[in-house]
Design a binder for this molecule. Structure first.
Ligand code: PLP
Length: 419
């Protein structure tokens, strides 16, 4: 397509004060190879604003000590700040109670916690777990391990060519042996926003708990776990402008209380003798050992930052970026968008005729444009579309329409080189 045609596609004005927002992100000032960084790999990990970096520095320089363990002042401060971070996260997802927020190292550990704590106790031989084709490996492999251990079965909800779950088929998968549903709120490979509220309501009517993998949803949508009525909700801090090494498993208190601990050690016990250990209450029952204190406090600062901008404004700006980028790519000959669901968030996966995605990523990188190429830890999605990999641009609220233009120009360069 000519650049004239591209000019016909209107570029909506930003819903956010992007100049001010971008100034908060030191890394966005980088110029790799002399070209301005165009960071479009936010689904893998987003960037951290100065406010979060400053909070980490303040914690490390003036507040650090171990928590829950001493009466000295620093330990009391660190404990109070860590628990305040839990309150902030509970408010961010509208959990009923802060003890329903368990800090984990990320989404992967959160799902593994649910598998060990809930699955190993309540799922047995012949039982069934419903997953979807759209899951990240983090919401497949733990359940597969459990199924192998217990003799349980995985049942998988198919998708249509657009990358939307077939809800009739989902409902048809329920049997008297269904014990759990695991579903991504937003697909990391395609960006499809799944109808999780409706799926949860159906599962609830069958008495089946639902775990929602929210890793790709919390950065873009206003998530309300009470409104969704999910039993578990898992997400990672590093996709939410927070640090790596921290994440959350939200669980309904009554369910968490019935679960067995995942890890044993300090801080999760009431009493220990060599004959018997008794466990403490939630959330500490699931937070054995010294937790990532600084990272939790940093994540608290990150959700403060996002809340101050407003998740609705964030989502609407990102939808504008996605719509603009989609409109450009779908008019480009030789470009195939993979994942065209009616409801999408922040992710644009594509394939270029005759060009391997790794070559796309390498050449875009030379133009300063950072995208992800590969299977995105979602091999069943790749198998469904019969592609080994895709190129994936993923947007955050600090991205601009000009950066979408840079992506499109970069793709044209790739096509010039290869086609
Ligand atoms: C949908 C989804 N689930 C789970 C994960 C795993 O997250 P983490 O590596 O932070 O544990 C990711 C990461 O990309 C993801 O996109």
């Amino acid at each position: 397509m000519s650049s004239n045609q591209s000019a016909l596609i209107s570029r909506p004005g930003p819903a956010l004060d992007l100049g001010r927002i971008r100034a908060d992100f030191p890394i966005l000032k980088l110029q790799p190879g002399g070209k301005p960084l165009v960071y479009l790999d936010n689904a893998a990990s987003s960037q951290m604003p100065q406010q979060v970096i400053d909070r980490l520095v303040r914690y490390q320089t003036t507040q650090h000590s171990n928590i829950h363990r001493a009466v000295h002042t620093l330990s009391e401060i660190a404990t109070a700040e860590y628990e305040e971070a839990r309150r902030k996260l509970a408010r961010f997802i509208n959990a009923r109670e802060e003890r329903e927020v368990i800090f984990t190292s990320g989404t992967t550990e959160a799902i593994n916690l649910a598998m060990h704590g809930y699955g190993r106790k309540f799922i047995g031989a012949g039982d069934e777990i419903i997953l979807t084709t759209l899951e990240h490996h983090a919401n497949i492999v733990p359940w597969q391990m459990l199924a192998e251990e217990k003799g349980a079965k995985l049942r998988v909800v198919p998708i249509n060519d657009a990358g939307e779950l077939l809800i009739d088929e989902y409902e048809a998968l329920f049997t008297t042996r269904t014990r759990l549903v695991g579903v991504a709120h937003v697909s990391n490979a395609l960006g499809s926003v799944n109808p999780v509220k409706r799926m949860i309501a159906f599962a609830r009517a069958h008495g089946v708990p639902v775990l929602v993998d929210g890793a790709q949803a919390v950065p873009h949508l206003q998530v309300d776990v009470q409104d969704l009525d999910c039993d578990f909700y898992a997400f990672s801090g590093h996709k939410l402008c927070g640090p790596t090494g921290i994440g959350v498993l939200y669980g309904k208190a009554a369910l968490l209380e019935r679960m067995q601990p995942f890890k044993g050690g300090g801080d999760m016990i009431l009493s220990v003798t060599f004959e018997k250990t008794t466990y403490t209450v939630i959330p500490q029952k699931f937070e054995a050992g010294t937790p990532p204190i600084a990272a939790a406090i940093g994540l608290g600062a990150a959700v403060d930052y996002l809340s101050a901008i407003g998740m609705e404004a964030i989502g609407s700006h990102e939808n504008g970026l996605l719509a603009y980028a989609t409109a450009q790519l779908e008019r480009m000959p030789g470009v195939r968008i993979i994942g065209t669901a009616a409801e999408k968030a922040a992710v644009l996966s594509f394939a270029l005729d005759g060009v391997h995605p790794h070559d796309v990523g390498t050449l875009l990188n030379q133009d300063g444009v950072a995208v992800r190429t590969g299977h995105h830890c979602a091999q069943p999605v790749m198998q469904r579309y019969r592609v080994p990999a895709t190129s994936r641009a993923s947007f955050a609220f600090y991205n601009t329409m000009a950066e979408v233009d840079a992506l499109v120009a970069g793709i044209r360069n790739v096509q010039k080189v290869f086609c």
